[in-house]
Design a binder for this molecule. Structure first.
Ligand SMILES: Cc1cc2nc3c(=O)[nH]c(=O)nc-3n(C[C@H](O)[C@H](O)[C@H](O)COP(=O)(O)OP(=O)(O)OC[C@H]3O[C@@H](n4cnc5c(N)ncnc54)[C@H](O)[C@@H]3O)c2cc1C
Length: 618
């Protein structure tokens, strides 16, 4: 078999006759598998065409401005790796199989196989490296050395934000990521794919909920492959966008698993798909943004494919008949909502005595009431004592008052939290202290105990949320660039994108009581909101806590549709030091759900007219 293969334009969806706007290689260049060769751009999107295998470019057959379609022969590639494979190869692009692509370097224990991000759109970012003189052009197995002012380890929301901000501030920056796709957990297997699927669930539920109001639709006809393809395309669009942003800023992206060798060097083991070998990065400063991974319970049969973590659940390989969700926190309940809307019978089991620990109970109640009607069971204060694989399904044993001794499920989702990756990056060789749980302690400037090494995101502690990571990232990058900055947010909002949504910020009422804080509260039930009634979703409630002396906002909680969007007003009020007058006197548009914040403040002020609240006798 010849070692010269033709590189063809792959399936690029509905696009045809698209302009070549960038040619990133020329004859004689060494390329890695998935390294971008050329970029195409239509009026709607730009697409990178990657190398299907590692090798050497023999010839490039297009020039800038050419127009190409699927199947066009764009280059010849000399590749020994390809010889064992196939000859005329079109790499996958913008088309998802739904199957995970192994990361460049999986952990030896195999655990992180669960965390492999989807390789969507052939979006390997070696382009970024290439355009920035990357060592990833190294030959097979080669050892290379590079220098930079700032190294960022991990390309999740924390890492890419830090790298981009640092580059904007003039630092020569290298971003290291073990997987082919940028964006970390959030973009690949977290916030974004889960919200795309939750949107689907919401549309199905809303259509069903109109039946009592006189509009009936048929049962949904679900094309799972298409749905998964759409979800993956959303992810692909964003992760590819990040590659473009990195390229525009000249951030060098190196793929491989990084671990510190000393306080100023990081060793990157490149995976087989990147031709293997090592790269040693010598850096002046570093930002650790290596994130977290799902917690596994050792006693469970973790290799059984019927036992899933959130990453597996997001693959949506099938719609099981009965599914158990272990963990009644945000991630567990979001995934439960998706599968329930698609037709799965859901049971949720939670060790604590309530769902969504951390939120006020009065806010959780409407959510619990709503899902109790839809789910087979919700077992609180219940422990799963064992899971046994059987032909009929996973036999799960419970210990709890209301739960049966055991029950059999087609699938079990374990959503019991996430553990930081602090213990997996050789931090000790850099002198960075990692605690026994894997977290790295930082100060308000995101500095670790080592002056020139910073850490951000999930790896530095709770709450493990993308918007916390991105804000910490900017602080770290700015301090690394010599600017004055510190993380001084008064509140990091939390949102459960369940149905109904639940969102809160600042002080919760439970915390206020526990801390003996003198507060005043305004609660507005959505049953009195014209907009909520018109939406046929009046189960919600908006609560705002104010300091009794100053009247300033201390915290807020909202349960109801779109609570996640509505909470931002309360976050801003809190950050601005707004008081009850500010919220009640600010004119909110009518009829909106946002009015409920206005009304909650009026309740606290005693000026509400949309409710009648009898005056307390003095
Ligand atoms: C199902 C799910 C839904 C979620 N939904 C939301 C939501 O709606 N809103 C929200 O705010 N948060 C949500 N989160 C949490 C959010 O995803 C995380 O808080 C966020 O991704 C943390 O960002 P990070 O940059 O700290 O780390 P990560 O996103 O974990 O990124 C870390 C990156 O570092 C890389 N890495 C790790 N070790 C190495 C190494 N040794 N070498 C090279 N690379 C390495 C990893 O591959 C990864 O790409 C969700 C999480 C899950 C699992």
């Amino acid at each position: 078999m010849s070692d010269i293969i033709k590189v063809l334009v792959p399936d690029i969806g509905d696009f045809d006759n698209i302009e070549v706007i960038e040619i990133l290689v020329s004859a004689g260049d060494s390329v890695q598998a998935e390294q971008t060769l050329i970029t195409l751009e239509s009026d709607k999107a730009s697409m990178d065409i990657p190398a299907p295998h590692p090798g050497r470019i023999e010839s490039v057959l297009v020039t800038l401005g050419d127009r190409v379609s699927e199947g066009a022969h764009i280059a010849d590639l000399f590749s020994q790796a390809a010889a064992a494979d196939t000859q005329d190869t079109a790499p996958p692009l913008a088309k998802s199989t739904g199957a995970p692509t192994p990361g460049a370097n999986d952990d030896a224990d195999g655990k992180d196989n669960n965390e492999d991000f989807l390789d969507i759109g052939g979006s390997a970012t070696n382009t970024d490296a290439q355009s920035c003189d990357s060592p990833l052009q190294a030959a097979v197995g080669e050892h290379t050395e590079v220098h930079c002012q700032l190294l960022v380890l991990g390309a999740g929301p924390g890492g890419y934000t830090a790298a981009f901000r640092a580059a904007d501030l003039g630092l020569d920056t290298i971003l290291v990521e073990r997987y082919n796709s940028l964006g970390g957990v959030c973009l690949n297997v977290g916030c974004i794919p889960s919200k795309a699927l939750l949107h689907t669930a919401q549309v199905i539920d809303e259509a069903r909920s109109m039946a009592p109001h006189g509009v009936s639709f048929g049962e949904p006809d679900i094309d799972l492959a298409k749905l998964v393809g759409w979800k993956n395309s959303v992810v692909g669009q964003l992760t590819k966008g990040l590659s473009g942003l990195a390229r525009q800023r000249k951030v060098k992206v190196l793929h491989g698993t990084g671990s510190f060798d000393s306080p100023n060097t990081l060793r990157i083991e490149r995976g087989h798909s990147d031709s293997g070998g090592t790269t040693m990065v010598h850096f002046e400063k570093a930002i650790i943004a290596a994130g977290s991974q799902a917690v596994q319970i050792g006693a469970f049969p973790n290799s059984d494919p019927r036992l899933m973590d959130s990453t597996d659940a997001l693959l949506l390989e099938e719609i099981p008949n009965r599914m158990l969700v272990i963990g009644g926190g945000i991630i567990g309940l979001e995934m439960a909502g998706v599968y329930q809307a698609l037709g799965t019978h859901i049971t949720v089991v939670e060790l604590l005595d309530g769902l969504i620990p951390g939120a006020d109970r009065d806010l959780v109640r409407p959510l619990q009431k709503h899902i109790e009607k839809r789910y087979e069971n919700i077992f609180l204060s219940t422990r799963v004592t064992g899971i046994e694989p059987t032909d009929a399904g996973l036999k799960v044993s419970f210990e709890g008052d209301k739960a049966p001794q055991s029950d059999v499920f087609d699938k079990v989702l374990v959503a019991v939290g996430r553990a930081p990756n602090g213990g997996k990056i050789g931090a000790d060789r850099a002198g960075v202290h990692v605690d026994e749980r894997g977290f790295i302690n930082v100060d308000r400037q995101q500095r670790t105990n080592v002056e020139h090494i910073f850490a951000i995101g999930d790896i530095v502690g709770q709450p493990m949320l993308a918007h916390k990571a991105t804000h910490e990232a900017k602080v770290a990058a700015e301090v690394a660039a010599g600017e004055q900055a510190s993380f001084d947010a008064l509140s990091i909002p939390s949102v459960a994108y369940t149905d109904p949504e639940l969102a809160w910020c600042g002080l919760t009422e439970t915390e206020a009581k526990a801390q003996g804080i003198d507060y005043r509260k305004g609660v507005f039930p959505w049953a009195a909101s014209g907009r909520a009634l018109g939406n046929a979703r009046s189960e919600g409630m908006t609560k705002v806590l104010f300091d009794k002396q100053s009247g300033r906002v201390l915290g807020a909680g909202i349960v109801g549709t779109h609570a996640g969007d509505l909470i931002s007003e309360a976050v801003l009020a809190l950050e601005m030091g707004a008081d009850a007058d500010d919220l009640s006197l600010t004119i909110h548009p009518h009829p909106t759900l946002s009015e409920t914040i206005n009304f909650a403040a009026e309740v606290a002020q005693g000026t509400i007219t949309d409710l009648y609240i009898p005056k307390k006798r003095s």
